[in-house]
Ligand binder design. Structure first.
Ligand SMILES: Nc1nc2c(c(=O)[nH]1)N[C@H]1C(S)=C(S)[C@@H](COP(=O)(O)OP(=O)(O)OC[C@H]3O[C@@H](n4cnc5c(=O)[nH]c(N)nc54)[C@H](O)[C@@H]3O)O[C@H]1N2
Ligand SMILES: Nc1nc2c(c(=O)[nH]1)N[C@H]1C(S)=C(S)[C@@H](COP(=O)(O)OP(=O)(O)OC[C@H]3O[C@@H](n4cnc5c(=O)[nH]c(N)nc54)[C@H](O)[C@@H]3O)O[C@H]1N2
Ligand code: SF4
Ligand SMILES: [Mo]
Length: 858
């Protein structure tokens, strides 16, 4: 079996993968991002490349059609809108998950040919505050860090980053470095205790948005203790005095931390030369995100701790090509290749290189404004590529309604049914990961190839090709006559050459004339060349800039909803949702609630709550835990209308944005929670695909088909009919057991002696061993035995999955701990858990710790 060297399509770590057409997936030992490691999502890639649910042909108005019809329709809709209402009446909304070549041609078409800058991307929800912070401080959007810095650092401060779940291989690299060098220290700044906290020596549980006060306090402390590098500041930094004066006027306890915790943190940061501050969405996704970024950068600039090994600020990118998108200028306020839209010389340079008829000369609409313009009727034609805004944008119900109002909507996706695709007039089938070729740039500016190892299915085409096909039909065939992604890449590299006179940071000369087919993972400007090591920045005078940051006042009344990610799901689950072993870890939409808040709302573990905000509501399962602070419930962002009836978390989030970056405050919606009173609760497993139809329903894939957690507001009069509807099985024999004492109902549906579905319902949350019930589906177990719902003594119930790779459940692990496996290594030796990708190791450690706490202390 020949394996192809490619790159993982999920997070910005950008791990190298060896992949085979039979679904073989291995970490690439030679890739400098991962050296052979993969996390649970990467390891399960083989389970997500089947063609189920794929969009395989273009569709116009819901009807399958051919490419010519679909492309003509898109081109005509855009050309007509532009002719009638001008270039700013159309928009593209793209994604950090398309390849650099796709991004480059989309940006070229919109900015250089249509002549508008109305192209924005989901990176607006993700990296925009970091981009804006970098530009303010450095004069350009440069991420100076490398992964090796993380291993060389003596202190790593993780701010608003759940690295263990979101950048697992980087987390593992840090864990390995720390194991080898135990004196290395990790501090985690997060209002929530996460799997990442478990690796940290110190957890600073700040108040939401307390980061600016924390880092302002650090700056004042650096100054008062003589730790500022005066020579560096004098030579390379402007704005020190103003930034310091503002920092001195602030009260660091506004961060929510005690004076002792602050003093200890400040002393450690001040006393350690090699410090890396890693930050992510807890910093960026805020109404003061850009200021938070600059508060962090200020401290590194004041000490000259930037650009040297083992030191610096490090904004880790989320998506596989978030960085590539920034390079090609995929945001509405950027031009290609790190050039500035507002700069006439830059515009002229790009226009000359593109030989284009026009050039956008003012910033386009940023994501939230773009969908507001859809709602207002200003946008007449919209093209969404590789992102699912009807789920992932704040006020997602409002966004879905706005998309539905646009006279023409095209969506390019790999999946047939998504919440956004369901609103499109034209659906364009994209070739997916493994089927297409191109490049991506990871968090450390390393460009790697994604290579095809599967045939392109059906009529699908790569995104760059679809964009060029539409451009050609709009009259620009010559400028978009690329035959291959290699040709696009070459033009992108050439544009960087043309921009050389402006001496920007983005220097792609190492890629000139490179062997694209065999391209080795390579950093720009060149492997091992460091940014800012010599103190040269990109403001006009070559200096960096420190910014005065006004910390927001702590707002600590009411419930504030924090949101984020789960270990084993990727965003709106269109791909990870296909892998049974990924679905088994946290299988339904939930809300982590502090015990005090749960008591106040009179809810307990397993109950359902209705969470409401001024925007909308969502029904979520309650998880009572002190991992979250009082007043700060947390919900993951993943669930959609395809999989749930009413559990899309962004229905709750308001569209407040950071005034500088336009990035929405996705981590801070004011909410109220109340018990969701259900007349009955249920669980079902079936061999056929399930649709969410009850008041509460959450569907997931299983090894034997599909499962659904459900609840209804009215007990059905006919339980057999309900069970058949819930499981999608209308034929076959039925066996039913009812328990009048408890009101419980159990139904088995079988065909020719084979169980095809099981359904359990009760007036309280159903207690049935899920994994056991799922395993019975498709077997010839006698129905009444299956309905006993108890686990036969010879087959212990493994419980909820903790280790996705080996599918090891919580009960299995607890039993092993009880038998003496009280270290992560011992647990691994006994159960295999944690011995493949290692993503569950933090949870294994937590489980061991919890199991050893005497019951009375819980
Ligand atoms: N498993 C998985 N991995 C992913 C993704 C995925 O969907 N699933 N998506 C990828 C993408 S696109 C991205 S952008 C990254 C995101 O990666 P991360 O940013 O690490 O992930 P999040 O869970 O969004 O948020 C991180 C933390 O911010 C904390 N936080 C909330 N408010 C504040 C605050 O005011 N201050 C501080 N200091 N912290 C706060 C939250 O409690 C949370 O633990 O993950 C990438 N990796
Ligand atoms: N509340 C809350 N909301 C958030 C966040 C949060 O932390 N909290 N995080 C935000 C962040 S950081 C991000 S990055 C966004 C992510 O949110 P989205 O980008 O909306 O989520 P995805 O599910 O990654 O959407 C990618 C889509 O592209 C499709 N696709 C996959 N491969 C291809 C391909 O090769 N070509 C094409 N054309 N399509 C493809 C997938 O099927 C899927 O429909 O969510 C944001 N929303
Ligand atoms: S850490 Fe996991 S999701 Fe991220 S690139 Fe590596 S294997 Fe893929
Ligand atoms: Mo992201």
């Amino acid at each position: 079996m020949t394996l192809t060297r490619t790159t993982c399509p999920y997070c910005g770590v950008g791990c190298g993968v060896l992949a085979g057409a039979d679904g073989t997936i291995q970490g690439d030992p030679k890739h400098p991002a991962n050296f052979g490691r993969l996390c649970s999502k990467g390891s399960a890639l083989g389970e997500t490349i089947d063609l189920s649910g794929r969009l395989l042909s273009p569709k116009v108005d819901g009807q399958t059609t051919d490419w010519d019809t679909a492309l003509d329709r898109v081109a005509r809709a855009f050309s007509d809108a532009i002719a009638e209402h001008g270039p700013d009446s159309v928009a593209f909304y793209v994604s950090g998950q398309i390849l650099t070549e796709d991004y480059y041609v989309a940006n070229k078409l919109m900015k250089g040919y249509i002549g508008s800058a109305n192209i924005d991307t989901n990176s607006r929800l993700c990296m925009a505050s970091s981009v804006a912070g970098h530009k303010r401080a450095f004069g350009t959007d440069t991420v100076p860090g490398t992964y090796e810095d993380l291993e060389e650092a003596d202190l790593i401060v993780l701010v608003g980053s759940n690295l263990a779940w979101c950048h697992p291989v980087l987390h593992q690299r840090i864990a390995a470095a720390k194991a080898a060098r135990p004196e290395m220290r990790v501090i985690n700044v997060d209002p929530r205790r996460t799997a990442t906290t478990d690796l940290a020596d110190v957890h600073l549980r700040i108040l939401p948005d307390g980061d600016a006060a924390l880092f302002n306090g650090l700056l004042a402390h650096l100054d008062s203790t003589g730790a500022v590098d005066r020579a560096y500041v004098d030579a390379h930094v402007n704005g020190f005095d103003a930034a310091l004066a503002q920092a001195q006027a602030e009260d660091p306890t506004a961060s929510g931390l005690s004076a002792e915790d602050l003093a200890a943190f400040y002393a450690e940061w001040t006393g350690t030369q090699k410090v890396v501050t890693v930050y992510s969405q807890g910093v960026n996704q805020s109404s003061c995100g850009t200021d938070k970024v600059n508060a962090i950068l200020n401290c590194h600039l004041a000490t000259g701790r930037i650009g040297t090994p083992g030191c610096g600020p490090f904004s880790v990118t989320g998506q596989p090509n978030a960085m590539g998108g920034r390079e090609v200028g995929g945001l509405a306020n950027m031009l290609a290749n790190h050039l500035d839209l507002e700069n006439a010389d830059h515009r002229a340079c790009v226009q000359t290189a593109w030989d284009s008829p026009t050039m956008a000369d003012h910033a386009g609409l940023k994501a939230v404004d773009l969908f507001q313009a859809c709602a207002d009727g200003r946008i007449k034609a919209l093209w969404v590529m590789s992102t699912n805004p009807a789920v992932s944008l704040p006020d997602s119900d409002g966004v879905a309604a706005a998309i539905a109002k646009v006279p023409f909507v095209a969506v390019t996706d790999i999946m047939e049914n998504t919440d956004t695709g369901d609103l499109a007039h034209v659906l364009l089938p994209a070739a997916g990961w493994g089927e297409k070729d191109g490049t991506v740039t990871n968090s450390e500016r390393r460009i790697s190839r994604q290579r095809a190892f599967l045939p392109v299915p059906g009529d699908a085409r790569p995104d760059w090709k679809i964009i060029c096909d539409v451009a050609a039909r709009m009259g620009w065939a010559d400028a978009f006559d690329f035959e291959t992604p290699e040709a696009v890449f070459a033009e992108y590299v050439a544009l960087s050459k043309a921009a050389e006179p402006f001496a920007r940071d983005l220097d792609l000369s190492v890629f000139e004339g490179v062997d694209y087919a065999g391209l080795e993972p390579t950093q720009w400007p060149a492997n091992d060349r460091r940014f800012f090591a010599d103190g040269a920045f990109y403001h006009a005078d070559g200096k960096a800039k420190m910014l005065p940051v006004v910390a927001p006042q702590p707002r600590n009344q009411g419930l504030r909803l924090n949101t984020g990610r789960n270990r084993d799901q990727w965003h709106t689950m269109t791909r990870t949702g296909k892998a049974p072993r990924l679905g088994a870890h946290l299988a339904e939409p939930y809300l982590e609630v502090h015990p005090d808040d749960a008591a106040r709302a009179e809810v307990t573990v397993g109950d359902l709550v209705r969470v409401s905000s001024g925007r909308g509501d969502a029904i979520l399962r309650v998880l009572v835990t002190d991992r979250v602070a009082p007043g700060q419930p947390f919900a993951p962002m993943h669930w959609t209308r395809q999989l749930t009836s009413r559990s899309t978390v962004n229905s709750l989030v308001t569209s407040t944005v950071d005034p500088i970056s336009g990035q929405p405050a996705l981590k801070g919606a004011g909410v109220v929670i109340e018990r969701f009173t259900a007349a009955w609760y249920g669980f079902a497993a079936s061999v056929v695909p399930l649709a969410p139809r009850q008041a509460y329903a959450a569907v997931a894939r299983t090894r034997t088909g599909w499962q659904v957690e459900l609840a209804g507001t009215e007990a059905p009069s006919d339980w057999e009919a309900e069970a058949r509807a819930a499981t999608g099985i209308s034929d076959g024999e039925v066996s039913m057991v009812q328990d009048p004492a408890t009101g419980g109902v159990r139904v088995a549906l079988s065909r020719d002696g084979v169980i095809v579905a099981l359904f359990f319902a009760a007036p309280t949350p159903v207690e049935v061993a899920r994994s056991h019930a799922i395993a019975l589906v498709g077997t010839e177990t006698p129905p009444l035995q299956a309905l006993a719902g108890r686990v036969p003594s010879d087959r212990p119930d493994p419980g909820a999955t903790v280790c996705a790779c080996f599918e090891v459940g919580r009960n299995t692990l607890l039993a092993a701990v009880a038998e003496g496996a009280t270290t992560v290594e011992a647990l691994g030796a006994k159960t295999c858990a944690g011995t493949n990708c290692g993503s569950c190791k933090p949870e294994l450690a937590a489980l061991i710790a919890a199991a050893r706490v005497p019951m009375a202390a819980e």
